[in-house]
Design a protein. Structure first.
Length: 133
């Protein structure tokens, strides 16, 4: 049957649906369509601290991946990001908010000793050095 909508002078028929990604993944695993694999450990969890910083977060992720770090961005809601990193064995937590984006910096915290440093994003040598410790 589909959904009919008018687009200018042309009329098109279309069908849409949404499937929860977790349910889809689970179904694919159970059906043998997706091989079971061990999760890839992260080196850095980038915590988005509010504001309209999506473009800057993408730059941060690109820089981290450019220095061969496995990174993922998450929006910080509810759980403590440091507690999450400890529970999941993630050694570094980076924080990015509107002031970081304006200053072109990233705040990086080493989870094991809670040592934190604000690093200019373009200074990849300092960033890589801090992450190597």
């Amino acid at each position: 049957q589909g959904i009919v909508f008018a687009s200018g002078e042309r009329t098109s028929v279309g069908v849409g649906f949404r499937v929860d990604q977790t349910k889809l993944r689970d179904w694919m695993l159970e059906s043998g369509l997706l091989p079971a694999a061990a999760p890839v450990p992260l080196d850095v969890m980038v915590c988005v601290m509010g504001g309209n910083v999506a473009g800057y977060v993408c730059r941060v992720l690109a820089v981290l991946r450019g220095i061969k770090l496995r990174a993922m961005a998450v929006s910080v809601i509810g759980q403590s990001p440091i507690a999450y990193c400890i529970e999941n064995g993630i050694p570094f937590c980076a924080f990015v908010g509107p002031s970081d984006a304006r200053g072109h910096v990233v705040t990086v915290k080493r989870v094991r000793d809670k040592h934190q440093q604000i690093i200019v994003l373009a200074d990849t040598d300092t960033l890589a050095s801090f992450m190597a410790t």
